[in-house]
Design a protein around this ligand. Structure first.
Ligand code: PXG
Length: 403
């Protein structure tokens, strides 16, 4: 194996052979521990992106890594042709956590979204009585639910779906957070509402207070399945176990991913009651790797860490502190500082990319979202001192930019 050790070499080889579907900041990460990551030259950065919330527990959480290693010494992948001894316990944990009767594991977030959509379509035809192939799902402008053709079929952002047609029909876009738009979009053929309780990729957009509750109520009144995409917002990210908890909403289907894998492996899932989940009979849906014992073991461990380290409460507290500190920054380019828990964005009047580049030079990794929002989503394990360190650098970047 050729070992390449310098940032320069890595950037050049990646540029040469790697597809250009991303535009990463020019930093190579080769080590991580907690909130810190390191490049091949030994420069340290604070990871304030956390792989878009996949790293809620920080890098290489010792308990999760131990579970990973121990499980690797037992059994890793079985397929679903056989049972394994890690899937059952994980389904119990997720069922109890979400208050649902059944759990269906997959791998990536997009697959979990597809799974929820399949469940809703079958439920529409078999339970609600919608005529064949007429089921409609309502989705929101600015949505991000993944990259498959069906999922990008209902994207409102061209960069996600331009020239990928023909698209999957059956989706209706409404304005995010607009209850009247939702009411008007409902027809007898509406089977489900798919929604992010806070839009992450859309620019850390928090819907008006009461919207989720009213939307859920409308779904109840019209026999529509409320699917919450908690892939980015779940597991403490917003200061509650799930972002829907902020409004006391218990979705009919939870869509989970990212942090479920403990920052180690991809694993996703949907949870729902039998009345929905029983539309899947053997053979009707699945995945080779979905529910594999390695990923399940890691997920169990991650869920234990979430509870043992009280990360939900910690996120709420740290998030409040962090947002309050950011709000103290007095800069004419800032439109708004907003967030819940440690899902935080600074909206700017200008493009955010150069701010992220300047932050990187000071040792902070963050990423712009929707051009003009700097996103800060540090691992939930970040300490007060670490957040203070970050706030200091963020203030410095804004001060330097102002000059
Ligand atoms: N739903 C939400 C709310 C997400 O943020 C997905 C679904 C899809 O998850 P997977 O595991 O299929 O990526 C996400 C993912 C990217 C990218 O590079 C994805 C996300 C955020 C930023 C970049 O595709 N979120």
């Amino acid at each position: 194996m050729i070992i390449i050790t310098s940032t320069k070499e890595i950037l050049s080889i990646t540029e040469q052979y790697g597809a250009r579907n991303y535009l990463p900041l020019p930093v190579v990460l080769s080590k991580g521990e907690g909130v810190w990551v390191e490049d091949p030259e030994g420069n340290r950065y604070m990871d304030m992106l956390s792989a878009y919330s996949a790293m809620n527990f920080g890098h290489r959480h010792p308990k999760i890594i131990k579970t990973l290693k121990d499980q690797a010494d037992m059994i890793t992948v079985t397929s679903r042709a056989f049972h394994n001894d890690r899937l059952g316990p994980l389904t119990e944990i997720l069922a109890k956590m979400t208050g649902k009767e059944k759990v269906l594991p997959m791998n990536t977030g997009a697959e979990a979204v597809e799974t929820a959509l399949k469940a809703v379509r079958r439920w529409a035809y078999r339970k609600k009585g919608i005529p064949a192939n007429k089921a409609e799902v309502i989705v929101c402008n600015g949505n991000f639910h993944g990259r498959t053709i069906t999922v990008v079929s209902f994207s409102s952002d061209e960069s996600y779906n331009k020239d990928y047609g023909p698209f999957t029909p059956g989706f209706k876009l409404i304005e995010y957070g607009n209850i009247d738009a939702l009411r008007e979009a409902i027809t007898p053929n509406t089977a489900g509402l798919l929604i992010e309780p806070i839009q992450g990729e859309g620019g850390i957009i928090i819907p008006p207070e009461g919207f989720l509750k009213e939307a859920y109520q409308l779904c109840r009144e019209n026999n529509i399945i409320f699917m919450a995409d908690e892939i980015q917002t779940g597991f403490g990210r917003t200061g509650k176990q799930f972002a829907c908890d902020w409004e006391g909403v218990k979705p009919d289907i939870y869509i989970l991913g990212k942090a479920l894998g403990g920052g180690v492996l991809p694993i996703s899932a949907i949870t729902a009651d039998d009345s929905i989940m029983d539309v899947f009979e053997p053979g009707s849906h699945g995945s080779t790797f979905g529910g594999n014992p390695l990923a399940c073991a890691v997920a169990i461990s991650a869920m234990e860490v979430l509870e043992e380290e009280k990360l939900v409460e910690k996120s709420l507290e740290s998030g409040k502190y962090f947002v309050d500190e950011l709000k103290k920054i007095d800069n004419p380019q800032i439109v708004e500082v907003r967030g819940k828990g440690l899902l935080v964005g600074i909206e700017l009047k200008v493009k955010a990319r150069s701010y992220c580049e300047d932050l990187m030079k000071l040792g902070i990794l963050s990423k712009e979202t929707h051009d003009n929002v700097i996103r800060f989503t540090p691992p939930l394990v970040a300490t007060r001192e670490e957040l203070d360190w970050a706030v200091d650098k963020i203030k410095k970047v804004f001060a330097d930019k102002a000059n």
